[in-house]
Design a protein around this ligand. Structure first.
Ligand code: PLP
Length: 252
């Protein structure tokens, strides 16, 4: 799963496990066949991030279900759905469907992204009872505070804010994608609130120059990618500033 979300590795090592990393395919999507082949008798968990951070790609319909049907019974899939609310596809099946249908899935979600509550540190997981009982046995007893609970409940009820965020993200993502492509960068279709962009040059140089303009992008150097960056979709003004700054830098 390379590039993948770094905590999967950290928490595995913390639990004295070992990791097997299966690189993404050329088109930046999961190599589910490769993951299947990498499973051995010691495999316990498989982390799948859908939409994937940092690429923004999603698994094709039915691809995941087929995969879940193919894994051996001693393996559990952790489906990281931090960005799932941004998937704009009719009847796209998510973790909740797979859990209800009895697949060996634990899905995890967060209030840090769509709901904008990253600072409150709240999210949740759902799975069949046996899995949750196991998690409960080792979970920190005081993991989420009441202020965060109140915020999360209020956020779930605030449909107006949710709709507005999704609408603006979709509009700005389209606009930013087109502008970046016009500037000659490669942008792949994203299903999240960020873009995975091939900036076609050493991304550290570019990101440092952008920092001087007050813009932070995420170079993907840590994932071994020299010219890729993850760029969050900002407000209309922020995105315009990014494009303006990129044009200015191009001229130098
Ligand atoms: C943000 C994020 C999370 C969860 O973040 P928290 O703020 O800790 O809830 C999980 N997975 C991915 C891929 C993320 O990007």
């Amino acid at each position: 799963m390379y590039p993948y979300f770094p905590p999967y590795r950290t928490i595995t090592l913390l639990m004295e496990g070992t990791t097997i990393e299966v690189p993404l395919l050329e088109n930046h999507t999961y190599n589910l066949e490769g993951i299947l082949t990498a499973i051995n008798e010691n495999t316990k968990l498989i982390f799948i991030c859908n939409p994937n951070n940092p690429t923004g790609t999603i698994l094709a319909e039915n691809e995941l279900e087929l995969f879940l049907k193919s894994i051996p019974p001693h393996v559990i899939v952790v489906l990281d759905e931090a960005y799932v609310e941004f998937i704009d596809r009719e009847r796209y099946r998510t973790g909740i469907d797979y859990v209800k249908e009895g697949y060996p899935v634990i899905f995890v979600r967060t209030f840090s992204k769509l709901y904008g509550l990253a600072g409150t540190r709240i999210g949740y997981a759902a799975a069949r009872v046996e899995y949750i009982e196991t998690i409960q046995a080792v979970r920190e007893p005081f993991s989420a505070n009441r202020i965060a609970h109140a915020g999360a409940l209020a956020a779930l009820d605030d449909q107006e804010y949710i709709n507005k965020s999704l609408r603006e993200n979709k509009r700005e993502m389209l606009e930013l994608t087109n502008k970046l492509k016009t500037l000659g960068f490669d942008v792949i279709e994203s299903h999240a609130n960020f873009l995975f962009v091939d900036m076609k040059e050493h991304v550290m140089v570019l990101s440092q120059a952008l920092m001087q303009e007050g813009i932070l992008i995420r170079p993907c150097i840590a994932w071994g990618l020299q010219s890729h960056a993850r760029i969050s979709i900002g407000t209309s003004e922020q995105n315009k500033l990014l494009i303006k700054s990129l044009k200015k830098l191009e001229k130098i």
